[in-house]
Design a protein around this ligand. Structure first.
Ligand code: PEP
Length: 246
């Protein structure tokens, strides 16, 4: 049985004052039946981990470098994220793939670094509007999964895959439940074909304009084990309502 996961991605939002939202979230879910993760900007990881220490809330990074250390100005390694209190790392978010030209190979190298550090990699995949219109959704998602996941060490404990159609992120547009089910069932089959029975334990998140009002129906969809939430994870009230729907 896969344990559900509600993951929040704060993106480039939040300062010290925002930690009150994380603390309120932790207080609202003292003994959650699901896993809860917040991924703040790197500047807040250490402070957020301290602020929610002793709670059931996990803290994660939004990216890392593939190398453990070295001459990479401005970058952060998986070891540094772990040292700051992170236990998960989002990788290959479409905003990073677009803004920083991250390739599947780059995401895979980062995932290898995350797994080597004993952290959980949350690997994002998803098609653009144009790719969906061209009927390429499954081909694109399949190629991203193939290229972005390491060959070794992939289990339900080490890897989470998030399906995030690029056109649904921050737009208020959401695929139909049938469209979500089609991609999630496909991802499960691809993962099982490659990694065997262990892949039945890999959690598959849906991400893209998840809100309190649509969370329950999305969570009831085939092979959806939770959500990766952007905008609605910024306030404890909205994220709590989504968690309650899991
Ligand atoms: C995201 O950035 O991962 C995301 C899903 O954003 P939003 O929920 O705001 O669409």
């Amino acid at each position: 049985m896969r344990r559900k996961l509600a993951a929040g991605n704060w993106k480039m939002n939040g300062t010290g004052a925002s930690l009150s939202e994380a603390m309120a979230l932790a207080a609202a879910h003292p003994d959650p039946q699901v896993d809860i993760l917040l991924c703040p900007p790197a500047t807040l990881i250490d402070r957020m981990a301290d602020a929610v220490h002793g709670s059931r809330l996990a803290v994660g990074g939004q990216d890392c470098h593939a190398a453990a250390s070295g001459a990479h100005t401005g970058d952060i390694s998986a070891a540094m994220l772990a040292d700051a209190g992170a236990s998960y790392v989002i990788l290959g978010h479409s905003e990073r793939r677009t803004d920083h030209a991250e390739t599947d190979a780059a995401v895979r190298a980062k995932a290898e670094a995350v797994l080597a550090e004993g952290l959980v990699a949350v690997v994002c995949v998803g098609e653009t509007d144009a790719q969906r219109d061209a009927g390429q959704t499954l081909a694109v998602v399949g190629a991203q999964i193939k290229g972005s996941l390491p060959d070794a060490g992939v289990t339900g404990q080490s890897v989470v895959v998030a399906y995030e159609p690029v056109w649904a992120i921050g737009t208020g547009r959401v695929p139909t439940l049938d469209q979500i089910a089609e991609v999630h069932d496909f991802m499960r089959a691809e993962l099982v074909a490659r990694f065997g029975d262990a892949a039945h334990g890999i959690r598959l998140l849906y991400g893209g304009s998840v809100k309190p009002s649509n969370a329950a129906e999305i969570f009831a969809t085939s092979n959806v084990d939770g959500a990766l939430v952007g905008g609605a994870s910024l306030t404890a009230a909205d994220f709590s309502a989504i968690i309650a729907a899991l």
